[in-house]
Structures are given as C-alpha cells and as structure tokens.
Design a protein around this ligand. Structure first.
Ligand SMILES: [Zn+2]
Length: 234
C-alpha cells in the first residue's frame, strides 16, 4: 500500500504559483526563486498544515470539498508568502555564483554524536467548549530558554492559523553529545498566549539517548504527541 500526503501537491502548486507571480512583479525582497528556495518554502508551509494522508491514486476526488475550502486556501496562501519572505531573507552566500545551487553547505557536523529530538506535536483546546483554538502564539522553551529549531522552515514561537485546527508542531535542533549512548533529560515548557485567554504554561521532561550522528531527515515515526493543552477564557 502506498500512502501519500495530499497536502504536498496542493502546497507545491500554491508555492510555485506564488513564486511565479511575485517574480513577475519584480519585488525587491525576492532574492532568489531557485528550486531549493521553493522547496524550503514548501517545507515551511507543510510544517504548519496538518497532513492529509490518502491511498495513492484515489486522493483528490474524495477530498475535493476539504481542498476547496476557502479558509484552507487562504491559510496556504498567507503561509506561502510568509515562507517566501523568510527563505528570501536568509543569507545564502553561494547565490551570486550559482543560483541553481544555493543550498547552505554543511560543515561536517552531521557526523558528530548528538541528542536528536522527536518532532513535538499537539493541539490547543478551549477549556469550555473543547473546540480547537484557532489563534494563539505558542512558544517552546528548553531549560527556560527559547528552543532553537532545526532549520528556518520551522518557527518558534509558532502561530496557529484557523485551518490547522489548533495543531502545532516543533522540531528542536540537535544538541551535541560527547559520545553515542549517553542518556540525558531535557526540560521543556510550552507557553500559550491567546487573546482573551489566561496565559498557560505546560512543562514536560524528555529523556533522550544520544546517537552517533545528527538526524537531519524528517521521520514521521519519530514524533512525540504532547497531551492536549487546554486554555481558559479570562
Ligand atoms: Zn535559491
């Protein structure tokens, strides 16, 4: 069986359309529109939209109603624009030499032992109705400090948008370890700020065993589902 995230097709199409349009307008902030920049923008959006898995080949017709939702389209467009701006404002020194190859070069750090984190995902609910909260700022801290994300396609703080139905996710950057097989505990906190609600903080501890190298590809089985976070109106 072959499953596929339907949102990939939708987002790739939206991002390409937007790049082509903005490029045609010659705006100053667009520094590059190569394949890598476009893919980074696609990741930026997909990291913020819940996946919609379907069995390959019979996706679109069964989900036509969901995909045609005006709210979903509006959220994808605004996230795509936000992603383009983020990607464009990141300095990429190799651009001037070869625009087709603007990937940031790795310094070989990938092969060093590291504590690799799960992607954290969860949902924020209203305590009175148990409906998802559609607008909130969510901040992830590690040992009291803002947690650094694995790359610029993830953001912290994270802002919920209506079509994501209260779902947020984070992927924390790996932390160097002395050797593989080292065990350590990391203290995380999630702070939620939403208009009209009392501020809420949730603490959790994650034990991690270090591995021999930095994990740099997304593995959907390596996800930690955080318990539902409930916030209350003031
Ligand atoms: Zn580029």
């Amino acid at each position: 069986m072959n499953v596929h995230n339907l949102m990939e097709d939708v987002v790739i199409k939206a991002v390409n359309t937007l790049y082509d349009r903005v490029k045609g307008e010659n705006v100053a902030w667009l520094t590059c529109d190569c394949e890598n920049c476009r893919l980074d923008t696609v990741s930026y959006v997909l990291n913020r939209i819940p996946p919609k898995y379907v069995v390959s080949g019979r996706g679109v017709t069964h989900n036509a109603e969901y995909l045609a939702s005006a709210q979903l389209q509006a959220d994808i467009d605004s996230l795509s624009l936000e992603g383009m701006r983020t990607v464009s404002s990141t300095k990429r020194p190799f651009h001037t030499e070869n625009r087709a190859d603007c990937e940031i070069q790795s310094d070989g750090a990938q092969s060093k032992p590291a504590f690799n984190f799960f992607t954290f995902t969860g949902v924020v609910l209203d305590g009175n109705t148990f409906e998802p909260v559609t607008s909130a700022k969510i901040t992830l801290k590690i040992d009291g400090k803002l947690a650094e994300m694995v790359d610029k396609t993830w953001s912290n703080p994270y802002t919920l948008v209506p079509s994501t139905k209260g779902v947020y996710s984070f992927w924390v950057k790996s932390i160097p370890a002395n050797e593989s097989g080292e065990r350590a505990y990391f203290n995380f906190s999630i702070e939620i700020e939403a208009e009209g609600y009392s501020e809420s903080v949730y603490h959790f501890e994650v034990p991690i065993m270090s591995e021999d190298k930095i994990r740099d590809t997304l593995d959907s089985t390596y996800t930690l589902k955080i318990k539902d976070l409930v916030i209350f109106k003031k």
